[in-house]
Write a protein that binds this ligand. Structure first.
Ligand SMILES: [Mn+2]
Length: 249
């Protein structure tokens, strides 16, 4: 059995199909598990296509989807359709997602809305006796009053880590996590902060002291007219936890 983790698809449908071909997780046979850590749409041209495909995958009990900040903004926009959230629509490039969504049949709109609502903020799994948590940006332990503000759904999708952040430093529970695996921040930021050189010309997965960042910047793929360097470095990355093998498209 293998466990694959990918994040921040951002409408990069063609790259995701390519990556799935390269990883070839055995979902149907139930041998492998696939975790997708959120931000399915926005930025890329094929946001709705990506969401549709992920929803199809998510029908399997071996696929586990997490909510990202973009998915939360989309969800909130659906709940308040008369008030356009400019922060999502313009600043976070939700326009293609929203415009395409509004043209869908009501049945599909409803199924997307209910899928977004049900996305989890975190999940955990054990491999070789080591416990991992996956979340879009930051740990989430459920709505527990005793942990107060330290762990909110807001942080779970929005928090920005630094290269040496310990996302479990305020956690005083009995579990011992090997690492958080998250997306949300393009990994080049961690390499620049830490003074490490990236081992490749393209973005790659960041294996830090307390967390593993896997967002390799797929949202920039279609923006070479704005950010030539970012777009050139961008790719979609995934990690297989058992042997820490990296996959890129
Ligand atoms: Mn994000």
């Amino acid at each position: 059995m293998s466990t694959y983790v990918v994040s921040d698809l951002h409408g990069a449908y063609d790259r995701f199909i390519k990556l799935m071909d390269i990883m070839a997780p055995d979902i149907e046979g139930g041998k492998d598990e696939l975790y997708i850590l959120g931000d399915y749409g926005d930025w890329g041209e094929k946001s709705i296509e990506t969401i549709r495909y992920v929803m199809e995958l998510d029908r399997s009990e071996h696929v586990h989807c997490i909510k990202g900040n973009h998915d939360l903004m989309f969800e909130e926009q659906i709940l308040k359709p008369d008030y356009l959230d400019a922060n999502w629509y313009y600043s976070n490039m939700g326009m293609k997602t929203w415009d395409a969504y509004c043209k869908l049949e009501s049945e599909e709109r409803e199924s997307i809305a209910s899928w977004l609502k049900d996305l989890k903020y975190s999940l955990e799994f054990e491999i070789d006796g080591e416990l991992y948590m996956v979340a879009h940006a930051y740990p989430y332990f459920g709505n527990r009053g005793n942990l107060g503000y330290l762990y909110t759904t807001h942080d779970a999708v929005w928090m920005r880590l630094n290269w040496d952040s310990d996302p479990f430093s305020d956690y005083h529970g009995r579990k011992r996590y090997r690492a958080l695996i998250c997306g949300h921040t393009i990994t080049s930021r961690y390499f620049i902060q830490s003074g490490l050189n990236k081992p490749f010309e393209h973005n790659c997965i960041y294996k830090g002291p307390h967390f593993i960042g896997i967002d390799c910047g797929a949202k920039c793929i279609e923006y070479s007219h704005l950010w030539a360097r970012e777009a050139k470095e961008a790719r979609l990355g995934a990690l297989r936890i058992e042997d820490m093998k990296e996959f890129y498209a």
